[in-house]
Each structure stands twice: as C-alpha cells, then as structure tokens.
Design a protein around this ligand. Structure first.
Ligand code: ADP
Ligand code: MG
Length: 600
C-alpha cells in the first residue's frame, strides 16, 4: 500500500564513514608532518575564541600567559598537545570531532559575521577536516576537553575507523588536551628535534607561544612574531633586519624592505626584502621565487611561485585571509586569488625598484648583484619588459652607467635607433673595431657584457619607439668606401678565395684604426648571439659573416698591392676573428704566416 516503488522520494546519501575518513586522512595531505600544524591551528583558534568570548564575560578570561604546550613520551609512545582555549562540551566533542567536514570554528565565525567587524578574531579553521590529520600518525586519538565555564570534562576516543567513544574525564582547568598514540612507523615524530623543526617550519609565526616539554620543563619553540602583521609604525629597522636574516638565513642587511597591506577585494599582507648581497648560491641557480605563502600566519608553502623568475632574488612573506589553510597544490596552481596576489606583488616590487633607481649609485650596487636575474624579465615577460628596461643602467661608449632614457636624450640629430654591442669579453668591448665609425658620427653605443644581453635586445626589439640595433650589424650606417679599382679587385679576389666562410668582402668607411672586422647580416643573429649559439653547440642560423676591410690601412694597402692575394690575404679574416675572441680556422697556419711576415 504505502510501499509504492514508483512514488518520488528524496533520500540522504549514505556514507561508508570508515572509508571516508580513510580518504580524508590519506589523500588530503601529501606531508604527514602537517598533522602538527593542524592541531596547533586548532589550539590557536580555540584560544583566540576564548579571548574573544572573555571580552563580554570576564569569568571566561584566559590564564596569565596562555600557550600551546606539547609533550613527547617515548615510553608511552604519545604526543600530547594541550591548550587553554574554549574547550568542548560532550555535545561539541561529538559534533565537531564526530562529524566529518563539520567546523565548529566556521560556525563560530559566521555567528560573528553580523556583529563586531572590528575586533572579530581571525580564525584559521573552516573546513572541519584538519583534525583528522592526526590519524596519519596515530592509531588512536584521545581528546580530553573541559569547556570554559563548565565543571565537568569529557574524553573523546577514536581509532579513526568510523566509531568513537565518549566518556567522563577529569581536567583541572578549561581547555583541551589531544593525546596521539603514535603508530609504529611514525616514531620519528617523538624526537624533540624533529617536532621543533616541524613547528618552526609551519607555525613559527602564530601569535600564541608554542612550548615543548624537555627535561620536565616547557621551553618556547617559536618566534611567534609574525612581524608582518604588526603596524609599520611599531617596527624598527632592526626588527626588519633581524626578521629578514631569520627568514632567509642571511647575514647582511636588506637593500630594500617592502611592507604593505592590501585591502579591498583581495586582502593580504606582504613583507618583502631585496638582499644587499648575493646569496651563496649563484643567483642564476636560485631560479624560482621562494617567497613564503602563509594563510592566517600559518606557513603553507614556499613553492607557490608568488613572484616571477626574474624577481627570484626577492625574499619574504605573503599572508592572506583569502585562501583555505589546507589549500592543495592543484588549488595553488589555479586559484584566481593567487594570480591577483602575484600581479599586485610584481607591480609593487617594480614601483619600489623605480623609486630606488633614483639613487644611481645605490641602484648600481643592486644591479651588480641581481641585474642578470632582472634582465631575464626583458626576455621572458613582454608585459613588464619596458618597465624593467627603464630601470636598468648600462655602460656605454659615452658613459660608465646610463639609463636608456638618458641615452635617448643624448641621441644626436639623425640617429633614430639605439645601438648596442653585446659580448661577454667586457674589457674588449670598448675597443671593438665595430665601434670605430660610431665615434665619428657621435653615436653612442651601449656596451652589454652579460650573456643574456645577446638575446633580450632582439626579443624586445624596441624601447620607447626606438629600435635596438646591434653595432655588429648596422653596416648600412656607413657608406661604402670610394671605389679605388685596386681595392675593388682585391675585395673580389678575397671573396673568391674565402669562399663560403664569408658572405661578402667590402671596403667600408666604418674602420679607422683596424685593418678589418666582421659584421653580421642585418636579418638574423648578430655576432654575439652567433658566438653564444656556437659555444652552446647549437646550430647557427643566418648567413656567414661579412668581412669589412679598411682601405686606408697600410696592411690592406700592402696586401692589395701583392700580385697574388692568396694565403696572406686570408690573414685578414683570421685577424678579424681574433678581434671577436674567436680562433682562426687554422691557428697553426695563422702563426706560420704571421711569423714569416714579421721576419721579412
Ligand atoms: N583544541 C580544540 N579546542 C576546541 N575546539 C576544537 C579543538 N580542536 C578542534 N576543535 C573543534 O573541532 C572542529 C573541527 O576541527 P578541524 O577538523 O580541524 O576543522 P576546522 O579547524 O577547519 O574547523 C573545529 O572547528 C573546532 O570546533
Ligand atoms: Mg582545524
């Protein structure tokens, strides 16, 4: 009758609670040591809640100096975490710890939502699953709790397999004790050193002190400062410096300290530092940003790549309220919250660099340390490349250190491009033969000596409407020399004898003191880039180099006057190669020719 199989009905999902717990325990966290962070977070929340409740009811006030106290017992194989927070009643134990994904803390927070926006505590819990992380390392968990204001205490005991037991217990004061009976394979968590390391890593900055019992006494383990959460006005330069050293295991002073709180749609606090010296590891190897991500003071990860690689020298902390504590790797990669934070951080660091760049000498020190890293942005980050390029200082033929804007301001009438010469042989750049004609024209050339300098100008291609042009190309700037028939014939003969080693041989007006030089075709890589490709064993695309000769040079004149411009003429190519820091094709033959010539 009532047993009607065709009528519509709504049913609750069933759940294999034991299996669900298993999933939570074993799939939620990649790192077993996280259990301690979760228990500490809960203890901190409970204490903050009690502090808040005491605002309206003095009888609930916290004891003198509240702390989270951890004890390790190797004999009994237990880890104990005790707090003096709100504690839980029998019903609360059953509800909060006996219902997966029920968060008493989230309920507490949402009850507050309507009132007290000012002094509402910032609580960590919200998902109601963190507690179960205890079962990663424990085969039995006992929770003994006495609710603040109540007389009786209750114990909740479970092996994490879907059932729990509640029984009366005794406890002198309000608060909660969690006793983990450690699994045989998790015994290393009974080592004081291990526990201290874990706490310092994940919970160094929660405001409540954490103490570990050693030789019968409780000793503080954490810094507890969360310096970034304090108002700027209360923080001294020394405070910042010692925090910077603590954070990055550094010994110097920060070159720049950037501390701000973003408010509005996205809330976070950032405290970032730029070191004043290079780290021990070569900067090129610390490729990824290690800026730490915290959620409500709790450390989450330093692998969230909060800053791009070209700012990987920046250290520090970002602390946000807008992410869950147990945020997973997948969420870290996809959440729009992090993307927005990243954007804000980049802009803030860039604007700090911009203001620091006003002091040229000071900025030069920074660039000495991290310029090569920053320059990666010119190459990798088209959106920010113009800003970065505007900051950097370069050596040039007219100035030890110039910005691109200063360079542009000095450009004489008729010059429309920015000229540069790249090459890692810093010292010889200044005397490179390619530059000879530029001085006469009054054109300044940037001398770029970092390896990456061979790449970014072509990648960026222009700055403020001005094209970057390599001085090792740019042959069109210089008129061909007046055609003396003897020289023209010499060029043609040389071109034939050199074959496909060069794409052309021309007499140019670019050279003043040197007999010959190489230049690269306008399209394709310049000489510096070709050299890097060659040294990296990569194929060099584009045409072979052009040989430009100086028709006024005595050596060229002498060679051109010879009846047969054979091997001796090939010397010009070898000399030009040497000037580039490359070897002649056949060094031994080169030496014989030179020796012979010198003995004449
Ligand atoms: N030490 C504690 N003192 C008081 N209440 C606690 C304590 N630990 C856990 N709880 C209660 O148990 C709930 C579940 O904890 P948890 O699984 O860590 O989830 P969350 O912290 O995300 O709420 C908490 O919301 C809180 O109500
Ligand atoms: Mg929690």
């Amino acid at each position: 009758m009532s047993d009607n199989q065709t009528a519509e009905e709504t049913r609750n999902f069933g759940a294999e609670v034991g299996r669900l717990l298993d999933l939570v325990v074993h799939s939620l966290y990649s790192d077993r040591e996280i259990f301690l962070r979760e228990l500490v977070a809960n203890a901190a929340d409970a204490t903050d809640k009690r502090r808040f409740m005491a605002l309206s009811d003095e009888t609930l006030a916290l004891p003198e100096s509240p702390a989270i106290r951890i004890s390790l017992d190797k004999l009994k194989q237990t880890i104990t975490v005790a707090d003096q927070g709100t504690g839980m009643t029998r019903e609360e134990l059953a509800e909060n710890l006996g219902t997966i994904a029920r968060s008493g803390t989230a309920a507490f927070t949402s009850n507050l939502a309507a009132q007290n926006p000012e002094d509402r505590p910032s609580l960590i819990g919200q998902f109601g699953v963190g507690f179960y992380a205890a079962f990663m390392v424990a085969d039995e968990v006992e929770v003994i709790s006495r609710k603040v204001g109540a007389q009786e205490a209750w114990a909740w005991v479970s092996a994490g397999r879907g059932v729990f037991t509640l029984k009366p217990a005794t406890r002198d004061a309000a608060g909660t004790i969690i006793i983990l009976h450690v699994k045989p394979d998790a015994e290393d968590f009974l080592e004081p050193l291990r526990v201290k390391t874990i706490i310092r890593k994940w919970a160094d900055h929660i405001s409540l002190p954490i103490e570990l019992e050693e030789d019968g006494k409780f000793q503080p383990v954490t810094e507890g400062s969360a310096l970034w959460r304090r108002p700027k006005a209360d923080i001294s330069i020394q405070d910042y410096a010692s925090f910077y050293r603590h954070l990055g295991h550094m010994f110097d002073e920060p070159w720049a300290t950037i501390h701000w709180r973003a408010e509005g749609t996205l809330e976070f606090t950032a405290l970032l530092f730029i070191p004043s010296s290079k780290p021990f590891m070569p900067v090129e190897e610390t490729r990824e940003s290690k800026v730490r991500l915290h959620v409500k003071r709790m450390f989450i990860t330093d692998e969230a790549k909060l800053l791009p690689n070209w700012l990987s020298f920046v250290t520090g902390v970002v602390d946000t309220e807008d992410l869950p504590l147990n945020v997973s790797r997948e969420i870290l990669q996809t959440t729009p919250v992090l993307d927005k934070i990243r954007k804000a951080l980049v802009n803030r660091v860039l604007s700090e660099l911009k203001s620091k760049a006003k002091d040229a000498a000071d900025f030069a020190k920074f660039q000495e340390n991290f310029g090569v890293v920053l320059k990666e942005g010119l190459y990798e980050d088209t959106a920010h490349a113009p800003d970065i390029a505007g900051l950097l200082r370069f050596a040039s033929t007219k100035d030890e250190s110039t910005t691109l804007d200063e360079y542009i301001a000095r450009m004489p009438e008729g010059q429309s491009d920015i000229y540069y010469l790249a090459g890692t042989e810093g010292a010889s750049l200044k005397t490179a033969p390619q530059l000879e004609g530029f001085a006469e024209k009054g054109y300044e050339v940037l001398l770029l000596s970092d390896p990456i300098d061979a790449f970014w100008p072509t990648r960026m291609s222009r700055y403020k409407e001005k094209n970057f042009k390599s001085a090792s190309q740019a042959s069109d700037l210089f008129a061909a020399a007046e055609a003396d028939p003897a020289i023209t014939a010499f060029c043609a003969a040389l071109a034939t004898s050199l074959g496909d080693k060069v794409s052309s041989v021309t007499a140019s007006t670019r050279l003043k003191d040197s007999p010959a030089m190489l230049s690269a075709a306008e399209a394709g890589p310049d000489l510096a880039m070709q050299r890097l490709l060659r040294r990296a064993g990569r194929p060099v695309f584009g045409l072979p180099p052009k040989l430009e000769i100086n028709p006024e040079h005595p050596l060229v004149k002498a060679l051109a006057a010879e009846p047969e411009p054979g091997t001796r003429a090939a010397l010009l190519l070898d000399l030009a190669k040497l000037q580039e820091g490359d070897l002649p094709d056949d060094p031994a033959a080169f030496v014989r020719t030179v020796a012979e010539a010198l003995c004449k």
